[in-house]
Ligand binder design. Structure first.
Ligand SMILES: Cc1cc2nc3c(=O)[nH]c(=O)nc-3n(C[C@H](O)[C@H](O)[C@H](O)COP(=O)(O)O)c2cc1C
Length: 344
């Protein structure tokens, strides 16, 4: 079955949900253009989620996707937290931040009953997850209202696991992808493959349809993915410069600069590996640190550094999530970009 038939859309393009850099505006533009727009919900309170879903319902009658993280909230580890604060202390000192008086960081709550209660009011047609799937009970609630269920796999094992747990569509997320890696069965980054290597292996291993994610920048990339068995693509970084995205001015400037040529996986900003443009924090601490507390706790000690640096016009301590295709970003309206990706 084609992606268009599965989702009731016109073009085989899913706009990747991107927490922190977009809201419903980008999703609405993509859905109205015939792709599948996505609303990232990992950082939304139930009230904010309700407002965004109301806006979506008001401004499009086309299918759209809502996306949630489903990590297990970590148990705080005092020793690791202390070691992490010590590692960041020289930077805190530089900015006059008291390392002993740090607040809680930006939260990322996994999909839960409260979110499901809000979704039940709107019955969104597509619900996607990152970092596996929620509990069987929660998943059954989503399935009961007829939503198409999607999740990311970064290995063949994860794809098989997702199929066995009843997903309708798998996103094969290759190494090139910007943002958090969706890995959930193993933390071993050695298992992670490039998009066009991972994709045909997943297509061969599962019976459910597969879309490719990671490094998709233009219609040729989409054609390459479809030639390898994908029913469509999920593109994220390509949308970061769209006027409808909420990408910050500093993030946009980094994407437009030569710095965009160098991305790396880093766990410094949240505690989970994610791909972003290399900046000062990543360079000076090394992009991966064994000291970074578990997701999402690492963010708390970085947040005040980020705030102070950004206020001074610097992205030295900001997560500049972007994929390896960052340099191909174009500042096009999202509808135009969606059609260009589809070669339409
Ligand atoms: C800025 C940014 C934020 C992201 N946030 C999320 C998210 O909230 N949920 C999610 O499932 N994936 C997220 N991703 C990953 C995307 O789903 C997708 O795998 C990735 O964008 C594909 O690679 P590309 O960026 O090279 O197109 C994010 C990616 C970026 C670039």
């Amino acid at each position: 079955m084609s992606l268009q038939d599965l989702l009731g859309i016109e073009l085989p393009i899913i706009q990747a949900p991107m927490a922190g850099v977009q809201d419903s505006a980008l999703a609405i533009a993509v859905s109205n253009a015939g792709g599948l727009g996505s609303l990232p919900c990992a950082m939304l309170s139930p009230d904010a989620l309700r407002r965004e879903l109301a806006t979506l319902r008001e401004r499009t009658d086309k299918p759209y996707n809502v996306n949630f993280f489903c990590h297990t909230p970590p148990r705080p580890d005092a020793r690791r937290e202390a070691a992490w604060r010590e590692a960041l202390h020289p930077f805190h000192a530089e900015f006059g931040i008291d390392t002993d008086k740090l607040g809680a960081g930006p939260g990322r709550v996994p999909f839960d009953e409260d979110a499901a209660d809000v979704l039940a009011e709107f019955v969104p047609p597509v619900v996607s997850f990152h970092f596996g799937l929620p509990s069987a009970e929660l998943l059954a609630r989503v399935r009961a209202w007829g939503a198409t269920i999607v999740s990311s796999a970064t290995t063949v094992d994860e794809a098989r696991w997702l199929e066995a747990h009843g997903v309708d569509l798998i996103v094969a997320q290759g190494m090139q992808a910007g943002g958090h890696r969706g890995l959930f069965l193993s933390e071993d980054l050695g298992t992670q493959l490039d998009t066009l290597v991972l994709l045909p292996q997943i297509v061969a291993a599962v019976g459910v349809p597969v879309v490719a994610a990671g490094g998709i920048a233009d219609a040729n990339d989409v054609a390459a993915a479809m030639a390898l068995g994908a029913v469509g693509v999920q593109a994220g970084t390509a949308y970061l410069l769209c006027p409808e995205a909420r990408t910050s001015a500093l993030h946009r400037a980094a994407l437009r600069s030569d710095a965009a040529a160098e991305t790396a996986l880093t766990n410094l900003f949240t505690g989970r590996p994610a791909r972003g443009i290399v900046n000062r924090l990543m360079r000076e601490l090394g992009p991966m640190s064994p000291l970074a507390p578990a997701f999402p706790l690492a963010a708390a000690a970085v947040a005040p550094l980020r705030a102070k640096a950004e206020a001074a016009g610097s992205a030295d301590f900001s997560p500049l999530w972007a994929g390896q295709n960052a340099r191909a970003c174009r500042a096009l309206p999202a509808a135009q970009l969606t059609r260009a990706l589809a070669g339409a």
